[in-house]
Ligand binder design. Structure first.
Ligand code: ADP
Length: 246
């Protein structure tokens, strides 16, 4: 089966720093993958390489079997790669619904009149799915952080992406908000969305993900079934001394 997204021997250098040092991985359709690792292990650089914000020094990126190593961020977005950022990026001055609509309208399928109508329907459906339809006419800044995050996820899923990358979606959130986001991601997984969740809290991803990748010093330390992978001595050691050991 063709992986939705694949990295082949990716290396990224920033001056003398090897941020990513030979990472190969494949994301399978309909799975919720988690990419974990201590701070500075290269997680964000891997995601930025996938979404084409960072160009690797070496290696290749494949989206749906096609080499997109030289493509720009907008091109991979049009080809079905959506992402959210660590810091929420919603447009102030637009309502929640307008923000979500923005995510769909940029897609080539929304160019015709019928396409625009479908885009509006998709936006409303995404608002419902993420349980934020009741705040559709509100300005995002007026909403709690956890709700803003759900709006951002709604914007990403409204365009029916082939893959969704989530960079630490629960960082800085309360226990209640984390639970809400966890429920939303679980629902998306049940609907068959292919996802990669970046997280430094191993415990948060254990009950949620189908497949775990562990990064350490820019290299893939282990990968596989989440519980079995998290229990490996090398993985425990990488997280040792950190408060998030499961
Ligand atoms: P993580 O997301 O796991 O915390 P990062 O991908 O942010 O890790 O960083 C991996 C390494 O690359 C770190 O040593 C970091 O300091 C370095 N790094 C990341 N981005 C840059 C950059 N733009 N310039 C220089 N060094 C960077």
């Amino acid at each position: 089966m063709t992986a939705v997204l694949e990295l082949r021997d990716i290396k990224v250098r920033f001056g003398g720093v090897k941020a990513v040092d030979g990472v190969s991985l494949a994301l399978e359709p309909g799975h919720l993958h988690a990419l974990v690792g201590p701070n500075g292990s290269g997680k964000t650089t891997v995601v930025n390489t996938m979404s084409r914000l960072v160009t690797p020094t070496d290696g290749q990126v494949f989206l749906g079997g096609q080499d997109v190593t030289a493509a720009g961020p907008h091109e991979v977005y049009r080809r079905g790669l959506a992402r959210t950022f660590q810091g929420i990026r919603l447009v102030e001055g637009l309502t929640v619904r307008e923000n979500v609509l923005l995510g769909v309208q940029e897609l080539p399928t929304a160019r015709s009149r019928a396409g625009r109508r479908r885009a509006a329907e998709a936006a409303d459906e995404a608002l419902e799915r993420m349980d934020v339809h009741h705040v559709a006419q509100v300005a995002p800044a007026a909403l709690p952080y956890g709700v803003q995050r759900r709006v951002e996820i709604a914007r990403a899923v409204a365009g029916a992406p082939k893959i969704l990358l989530l960079d630490e979606p629960v960082a800085g959130m309360s226990a209640g908000e984390r639970q809400e986001i966890s429920a939303v991601l679980g629902r998306l997984r049940d609907d068959g969305m292919t996802m990669l969740l970046i997280e430094h809290d191993l415990r948060f991803v254990l009950g949620l993900s189908d497949h775990l990748f562990v990064l350490n010093f820019g290299q893939l330390l282990a990968a596989g079934d989440p519980a079995a992978t998290a229990a490996l001595p090398a993985v425990q050691e990488a997280f040792l001394g950190r408060k998030h050991v499961p």
